[in-house]
Design a protein around this ligand. Structure first.
Ligand SMILES: [Zn+2]
Ligand SMILES: [Zn+2]
Length: 348
């Protein structure tokens, strides 16, 4: 049997390389030759540094990587749509397919014991081949690249869903807290949906510079004591009609709420932690709608890919580092540094 190289994350800020059998697609499954597999911040936080998460969230020692994009090279029996040669993005959770959330396309919200996330409970994209459920694959339209597709499979999908929840439009100024890859994605897509000006905050000067250099935001503010006055100044004292927290940081979330305009909307997509804030002052009396938004749906991911083509946008613009699989260790070190744009493992 043929073997392949893959990478696993032991949970001590290292990457371990393994050699495993190339899988054979079973019923309803396809085998993908991997082309791009980007690194998600959630894997840095919950798997690379240490193994957090329990039960359905636990990392089970599988091949890592939940942002896979590749080419179909074999199809199992019962496949109804895909064939060899198709380029596909993988929606990174394989749900049961029949529960309420799965039927809505939100396999992320599936609670069946059979639910498995790629790179967490079943093998992910950091290997030469990936065994995927046909139902989790979405065709990658030309002229999007495999790296574009990998970025859509989690980060850009998550940002897009958050903006949909906010009903983002040209009537809105947009405040983004956190300019990591998801924040950069929110900026790129927010602009495409018509929002502006786009104001963002981050603690890292490298990330602020990158957002400005790529012209993704109009104003990149240091996330410090000067930020509130700057937003007040930039918005005539009103705040932004829409805001989205992509940092997961408590202070940044509070900042997003504080600087949301009366009757505005705010979305939290950055994961983890806790927050305390004066509810009457920031939410009730300001008539603010606060959304939680987790990843996206199959349908919205497919729709996003179509929009990216129409908007002539390439998510890979935010990729600052590319490494071949044998250098996955370095890739994770850079991603963990918190100063890079998106880091992506690429094949051939
Ligand atoms: Zn992710
Ligand atoms: Zn389900």
């Amino acid at each position: 049997m043929a073997t392949m190289n893959g990478a696993v994350l032991p949970g001590d800020s290292t990457v371990r390389h393994v050699k495993v059998d190339v899988p054979e697609p079973g019923h309803g499954q396809v085998l993908l030759q991997m082309k791009a597999s980007s690194i998600c911040g959630s894997d840095i936080r919950a798997i690379y540094r240490e193994h957090l998460g329990a039960g359905p969230e636990a990392y089970q020692g599988v091949i890592a990587g939940h942002e896979p994009c590749g080419k179909v090279v074999a199809v199992g029996p019962g496949c109804r749509r895909l064939s060899a040669g198709d380029r596909v993005v993988v929606y990174h959770i394989a749900g049961c397919g029949v529960c309420e959330e799965c039927r809505h396309g939100y396999m992320i919200g599936c609670t069946s014991p059979s639910r498995a996330a790629y790179g967490r409970q079943r093998d992910g994209g950091h290997a030469e081949y990936l065994l995927a459920e046909e139902a989790t694959c979405i065709l990658l339209p030309e002229p999007l690249t495999y790296v574009d597709g990998a970025l859509v499979s989690c980060g850009f999908g998550t940002a897009y869903e958050g903006l949909l929840r906010l009903q983002m439009s040209g009537q809105d100024r947009l405040l983004i807290t956190g300019l990591g890859p998801v924040g950069l994605a929110a900026a790129m897509l927010g602009r495409a949906l018509g929002a502006g000006p786009i104001i963002a905050t981050d603690i890292a000067p490298e990330r602020r510079k990158m957002a400005k250099d790529l012209d993704l935001v109009d104003h990149a503010l240091p996330a410090d004591n000067s930020a509130a006055a700057a937003v007040t100044e930039l918005t005539g004292g009103r705040g932004c009609e829409a805001s989205i927290d992509c940092s997961g940081n408590g202070a940044a979330r509070a900042f997003a709420l504080e600087n949301t305009r009366t009757w505005g909307r705010c979305a939290f997509v950055g994961e983890g932690g806790q927050i305390t804030f004066p509810v009457s002052e920031l939410l009730i009396h300001k008539q603010v709608t606060l959304h939680g938004s987790w990843v996206t749906s199959l349908r919205h991911m497919e729709e996003l890919l179509e929009h990216l083509v129409r908007w002539n946008l390439h998510p890979e613009r935010i990729v600052t580092h590319r490494y071949p699989l044998p250098q996955a260790g370095e890739a994770y070190r850079v991603a963990d540094g918190g100063a890079a744009g998106k880091v992506c493992i690429v094949f051939d």
